[in-house]
Design a protein around this ligand. Structure first.
Ligand SMILES: Cc1cc2nc3c(=O)[nH]c(=O)nc-3n(C[C@H](O)[C@H](O)[C@H](O)COP(=O)(O)OP(=O)(O)OC[C@H]3O[C@@H](n4cnc5c(N)ncnc54)[C@H](O)[C@@H]3O)c2cc1C
Length: 509
């Protein structure tokens, strides 16, 4: 997959200085920058690529707009985490379709993951079993999800580093719900065992798919609270902007610039040195002086570019070096008739209850909405098929072996997606595949790893990479810090980091 590099602003000299330099214009970087700019701080975002978006970005090809990673906006409806971001920067919600849910295709049955609570409660009992244990397990998961979604929306802060974090979290979770925090050290597998459901293949199969996508982990390793949030993510509201992620980024970047923010694209950061009040951010286009720095790059990139953080990040990077994963995405531009016949536009497929997930065993199919001519020319639709993959299986391949593997995986993913859309890809106008090499090249993700670490109780929440690395005036945000994977997690992190940078900026002034 080749992403078109569009220089959306003519090159200008960097300003001499700013209050906060933000490294990287993915969801985490742009959300943090917009919040700070809206509060009157002078921000500059430095982005290596030709436009904003990173792993939640897009590329255009032959009249289609394809999402390169995230295809949905999570929790952007009133009261949600995303809605709070838009409200805090004074931006209206872009034109978007609220998804009524999506369909999970298990090996032996189909389950509709309705957004509507009552419909979902009925569906899970109908499709997955209606015993006392099933009911008790789902009720327990619902309780966790409701308490911790509310806490996330209230801005809970992890890892706890200071007394005021603990006090703030206590308020966000509520004294009454505090006993639930003991589940922070247990896994989803533990909960399934407690309710006698660990060997229930359809329940475990469905949960496995959902936690792999949201927590990047298996049921026996995934932290329980994070899993409860991940499993209920569609209840938090998924929407797809008209034009896909491009339909989100264009108004968001315009709004940031109207606030006075300065986004510099095609401007890779090469080194950061200096100290609070006087950081020097070296880029290919000159040096920027910044009172504070927010790195919205993967933690390993931060450690490489900013020597002051290297030692502090090293234990986390060593611990998590085997917990990274990659993704494959097939982008298809197809005639409308190839995606006819389904009420929902988003589908998740599990091929086998017994096999490890990835490389198509668990995959996601997203189709642009009918009539969304920002995503596809009239009479056509943009389709993204994605799955997880092991990084090692793409490393060290020669050119020929790499091309052959791309072809094999693209055929396999399209073939598997034909369970939902039998004619998919037969007359594709565009057919391209992105691999870990693509993410390495176009989003500068080290080794092409995407989506943060595979979470376990030992590396998540209180053990996650902190936003405050202990270097005054320097902050880390994005999917390698708490809460982790996903655009909604990046937005939660941006709120915490913006609040800290704002407070610290006021102190300096
Ligand atoms: C296939 C796939 C499907 C996904 N699906 C979903 C989904 O449905 N819902 C969801 O919520 N999430 C999803 N995600 C996850 C989500 O996209 C990411 O977790 C999130 O976008 C990460 O944002 P970020 O800002 O932390 O990092 P990034 O998006 O990686 O942003 C970092 C930015 O920094 C830039 N950069 C890197 N190095 C430098 C440098 N030296 N100088 C300047 N700039 C630099 C990069 O170009 C990039 O723009 C998916 C991810 C993938 C890969």
């Amino acid at each position: 997959m080749v992403r078109t590099i569009v220089q959306d602003r003519p090159t200008r000299t960097l300003p001499a200085n700013c209050d906060v330099a933000i490294l990287g214009a993915g969801m985490a970087g742009m959300a943090t920058a917009a919040r700070l700019q809206a509060q009157g701080m002078a921000t500059v975002v430095l982005e290596a690529h030709g436009h904003a978006g990173g792993c939640a970005g897009y590329y255009r090809r032959r009249g289609f707009s394809f999402d390169v990673g995230a295809t949905t906006l999570v929790d952007f409806e009133p009261g949600g985490v995303g809605a709070e971001l838009l409200a805090s920067v004074g931006m209206p919600m872009p034109d978007a379709e609220a998804l009524p849910g999506y369909v999970a295709w298990l090996p032996d049955r189909v389950v509709t993951l309705y957004r509507d609570r009552a419909a979902w409660h009925a569906e899970r009992l109908r499709a997955l079993g209606d015993t006392t244990n099933h009911r008790a397990f789902w009720a327990f998961l619902d309780r966790l999800a409701s308490v911790f979604w509310a806490a996330s929306r209230d801005g809970v802060r992890l890892p706890v580093r200071r007394l005021d974090d603990a006090a703030h979290n206590l308020r966000a979770i509520g004294l009454r719900n505090l006993p639930l925090a003991r589940h922070a050290t247990t896994t989803l597998g533990d909960a399934l065992r407690r309710y006698g459901l660990r060997d229930d293949a359809p329940v475990v199969g469905l949960l496995s798919m959902l936690v792999e996508d949201t927590v990047h982990s298996t049921v026996d390793r995934a932290p329980l609270i994070n899993s409860a949030l991940g499993v209920t993510i569609r209840g938090a509201g998924l929407s797809r902007a008209s034009g896909g992620m491009r339909g989100f980024w264009r108004p968001f970047v315009d709004h940031y610039r109207r606030l006075g923010g300065d986004l510099r694209t095609n401007c890779p950061v090469e080194r950061v040195d200096g100290t609070a009040g006087a950081f020097l951010v070296h880029t290919r286009r000159g040096v920027l002086n910044a009172a504070q720095v927010v790195s919205a790059l993967p933690a390993s990139s931060t450690a490489r570019l900013c020597a002051a953080t290297e030692e502090r990040l090293a234990p986390y990077l060593r611990r998590d070096s085997d917990a990274l994963g990659g993704a494959l995405v097939v982008a298809l531009g197809v005639p409308e008739c190839e995606v006819d016949g389904q009420a929902f536009t988003h589908h998740q497929l599990l091929q086998d209850y017994g096999r490890p997930l990835g490389d198509g065993t668990n995959m996601f199919v997203s189709v642009s909405a009918p009539g969304d001519t920002e995503s596809a020319p009239p009479g056509h639709r943009a389709v993204m098929v994605s799955t997880h993959t092991e990084l090692a299986s793409w490393e060290g391949l020669g050119a020929e072996a790499y091309e052959a593997r791309k072809q094999e995986m693209s055929d396999r993913l399209i073939g598997l997606a034909r369970r939902v859309y039998p004619m998919l890809g037969e007359h594709a106008v565009v057919r391209e595949i992105g691999t870990p090499r693509t993410y390495g090249r176009y989003a500068l993700r080290p080794r092409g790893a995407v989506g943060g670490v595979r979470q376990t109780p030992a590396n998540a929440n209180q053990h996650a990479v902190p936003h405050d690395l202990g270097v005054p005036g320097f902050w880390q945000v994005g999917d390698s810090t708490w809460p982790g994977l996903g655009t909604v997690a990046c937005v939660v992190g941006s709120r915490i980091v913006a609040a800290r940078a704002l407070r610290s900026g006021r102190r300096v002034r």
